[in-house]
Design a protein around this ligand. Structure first.
Ligand code: ZN
Ligand code: ZN
Length: 294
């Protein structure tokens, strides 16, 4: 199995926030103000994902901004007192679970699928869930590598958890999201989907096949293996990390005081997969999905 390389695929880039709260649950901003905010910032996709409840979003999409009906749900974790946070996308209005904290997370993921949606594993680091506590989960199509709202306690990134998952041969792509509740946690982490058409099925398809990259600032323009070499191009960066499994990988740095915009290195024979993390001078990051090499 390999992902679809978004940099080699025809289509357009669509900026998406896949995790958003409103006053329907614990968000401080109304549904209509939240939609206006993301429309003004030129997003193409906004998923409304309040805790336990859907929102009446039918008829709110425009030609420029697709609104996706979603939910954040919280099944119990058998290995930790804190519940899981999973985001269900493209669920019908009124979708939900009879209990606030259902016992069987995998059954919930399947129920979301049966209803026509898919699930994303949200902010495991913020939950305190190590890889061994969430590795039993199955059937979710992506995890969050970055979550803006979790930055309030410095737990925005789940980069290590993602590596553990990939190192175990579980090839799941990863998104960056806002999980916006207030105003200072909006428009900070986004997912760039490569799609031919702007509709919910194309969004789910891009997510399932890893046809996207995630960012809090830097732009990635190319990422591919050609003639045994990994090549990446991006906006001005302070460092480009190539991460393979365990201790495998490489790092590109600029010459003193300058920026780096591309990096090329030989793919080592023992690498099973490789992904890139681009860091700019302000410390903002962008993450590619892995290219599977074996
Ligand atoms: Zn959450
Ligand atoms: Zn949330």
């Amino acid at each position: 199995m390999n992902f679809v390389n978004p940099f080699a695929r025809r289509g357009q880039w669509h900026k998406a926030n896949l995790h958003t709260h409103t006053t329907t649950s614990d968000g401080l901003v109304t549904l209509s103000d939240r939609i206006k905010q993301y429309a003004k910032a030129d997003y193409s996709v906004l998923a409304i994902t309040d805790h336990h409840k859907t929102n009446p979003v039918q008829g709110l999409s425009t030609k420029e901004l697709l609104i996706i009906s979603g939910i954040e749900y919280h099944p119990r974790c058998p290995h930790h007192p804190g519940v899981h946070h999973l985001v269900g996308l493209n669920v019908p209005e009124g979708f939900g679970f009879p209990e606030e904290y259902p016992a069987d997370a995998n059954a919930c993921i399947q129920a979301v699928r049966k209803a026509g949606g898919e699930s994303i594993l949200a902010h495991p680091f913020w939950c305190g869930h190590r890889y061994d506590m969430f590795s039993y989960l199955k059937g979710y199509i992506a995890m969050e590598v970055f979550n803006s709202t979790c930055d309030y306690i410095g737990r925005a990134e789940s980069n290590e958890d993602w590596s553990h998952l990939l190192d175990a041969g579980r090839y799941v792509p990863a998104v960056a999201v806002d999980d916006a509740h207030r105003n200072d946690d909006a428009l900070t982490g986004w997912t760039m989907l490569r799609m031919g058409r702007l509709n919910a099925e194309s969004v789910l398809d891009a997510l399932r096949t890893g046809c996207f990259y995630s960012s809090t600032g830097p732009e990635i323009r190319d990422f591919a293996v050609r003639r045994g070499h990994l090549e990446i191009e991006c906006s001005d960066a302070a460092a480009i990390y190539l991460m393979a499994q365990n201790s495998g990988g490489s790092r590109g740095l600029p010459t003193r005081g300058k920026s780096i915009r591309s990096y090329r290195c030989q793919v080592a024979k023992h690498w099973e997969y490789v992904r890139a993390v681009v860091v700019d001078k302000q410390g903002r990051k962008a993450w590619t999905n892995p290219i599977i090499l074996k």
